[in-house]
Design a protein around this ligand. Structure first.
Ligand SMILES: *[C@@H]1O[C@H](CO)[C@@H](O)[C@H](O)[C@H]1NC(C)=O
Ligand SMILES: *[C@@H]1O[C@H](CO)[C@@H](O)[C@H](O)[C@H]1NC(C)=O
Length: 329
C-alpha cells in the first residue's frame, strides 16, 4: 500500500512539474527522420524581404546566446523594460547573451521614423521590409533566423521570444552549456489542430497545411534552437505562403528536418508564473509581464540571487501559473 501510494505521489509530482513530459519526449526522435545535410545556398535563397535596419558588428565577439525578441513598433515601453532588465548590458556580460528586437514596417510615418531613431540610439533593432502585422509574424521569425545565420554565425544558441516574456538570462548559460548537438527546446504543444474557420486570426487553410494535427512544436513565447538546428530548419522553408503561427511553422520545418523538440519543464510557455522571487529564479521564462512587472521580476531575481528556495518550487510555480485563456495568444 505504502509503495503504491508513494509511486502515485511520485508520478503526480513528475507529471505536474513537467518532468514526465521531459522524459517522454526523449523518445520522440525515434519517430523523426535523420537530419539532412545543410546547404548554405538553400538558406540564402529563402525569400525574406530585404533588411532596412541591421545592427552592425553586434555579433563581434559572438555571444553564447542570441536572443531574438519579436516586437511590435508601438511597444517601445516593453523594449525599454527589457533593455533595463534581462536584455541589458549587465545581464549580457554575466550571461554571454545578446538581445536584439525584430520588427517590420509600421503603417504610420511617425512610427517609422521613431523606430529609426530608436535603432540609432540603441543599436539593437533588426527591421525587414514588410508590413508589421499579426498575420506576418511567421515572416518576422524567418527574418530573425536568417539574420542569425548570416550575421551571427559564431553564436551557439538562439532564443526566439516575445516582448512580454521575462527571461532569466542569469540561469541560461549553465543550462545551455550542457546541451550539445542539434537542439530545439521549449514547452511542447502536442496534437494541436489547425483552425479552419477563416474568421479566426489563426486561420490555416488546407493548402497551407493539410493534416488534421500539427506535429509537436515548442510554444512561440520562448524556444531555443542551436545555431546548427536553425540552419537545418531554415533550409526546409518554402517560398510561402506560410502558416500564420510562427511556432507551428518552426515545428513543421523541424519535423521535415529531422529535429525533434525537447520539452523543458522550466520554460513556462504561454503561462505566466506566480509573481514570486523563487519562481523567477527557478524558471527560465515567464509570459505576460507588463513593463513594470518586468522590472519587479528582475529586481526580485537580482536581490535574492543566493537565497534559499524550498524543494518543489518548480511544482509550485507550474501548478499555480496562470495559463492563457483559449483563443488568446
Ligand atoms: C520596401 O518596400 C516598399 C514597398 O514594398 C518599396 O517601395 C521600397 O522600395 C522597399 N525599400 C527597400 C529599401 O527595399
Ligand atoms: C505582410 O507583409 C506583406 C509585405 O509587406 C504585405 O504585402 C502584406 O499585406 C502583409 N500581410 C498582412 C496580413 O499584413
Amino acid at each position: 500500500m505504502f509503495v503504491f501510494l508513494s509511486s502515485l505521489l511520485l508520478l503526480l509530482f513528475l507529471s505536474l512539474s513537467g518532468y514526465l513530459e521531459e522524459c517522454l519526449c526523449r523518445a520522440l526522435p525515434i519517430f523523426y527522420p535523420n537530419p539532412t545535410r545543410i546547404s548554405s545556398t538553400r538558406i540564402s535563397s529563402i525569400p525574406v524581404p530585404p533588411l532596412l535596419l541591421s545592427p552592425a558588428n553586434a555579433c563581434s565577439p559572438p555571444p553564447l546566446l542570441l536572443i531574438l525578441v519579436s516586437s511590435a513598433p508601438s511597444h517601445r515601453d516593453r523594449r525599454d523594460a527589457i533593455r533595463q532588465t534581462w536584455g541589458g548590458l549587465a545581464s549580457a556580460t554575466a550571461s554571454s547573451s545578446l538581445t536584439l528586437f525584430v520588427l517590420a514596417v509600421p503603417d504610420k510615418a511617425e512610427e517609422r521614423s521613431a523606430l529609426v531613431h530608436e535603432a540609432v540610439t540603441h543599436g539593437d533593432i533588426i527591421q525587414a521590409n514588410f508590413t508589421d502585422s499579426y498575420r506576418n509574424l511567421t515572416l518576422k521569425t524567418l527574418t530573425g533566423l536568417v539574420w542569425a545565420l548570416q550575421k551571427c554565425q559564431g553564436a551557439q544558441f538562439l532564443l526566439k521570444t516575445d516582448d512580454d516574456v521575462f527571461v532569466n538570462t542569469l540561469a541560461l548559460s549553465a543550462f545551455l552549456k550542457e546541451r550539445q548537438g542539434l537542439q530545439y527546446l521549449g514547452r511542447i504543444h502536442w496534437r494541436v489542430a489547425p483552425f479552419r474557420d477563416p474568421e479566426n486570426r489563426h486561420y490555416t487553410s488546407h493548402e497551407i497545411y493539410a493534416s488534421d494535427h500539427f506535429p509537436p512544436y515548442c510554444s512561440g513565447t520562448s524556444y531555443f534552437l542551436s545555431l546548427g538546428a536553425a540552419g537545418h530548419i531554415l533550409q526546409e522553408a518554402g517560398n510561402g505562403p506560410w502558416p500564420p503561427l510562427e511556432d507551428v511553422y518552426v515545428g513543421i520545418l523541424a519535423k521535415a528536418a529531422g529535429i525533434a523538440p525537447q520539452h523543458v519543464a522550466k520554460i513556462a510557455g504561454s503561462a505566466s508564473i506566480p509573481h514570486n522571487s523563487c519562481c523567477y529564479r527557478t524558471m527560465y521564462t515567464s509570459h505576460r509581464l507588463t513593463p513594470q512587472g518586468m522590472q519587479e521580476a528582475w529586481n526580485m531575481l537580482k536581490e535574492t540571487e543566493d537565497h534559499w528556495c524550498p524543494p518543489l518550487t518548480l511544482l509550485f510555480c507550474r501548478t499555480f501559473g496562470q495559463p492563457l485563456d483559449k483563443g488568446e495568444n
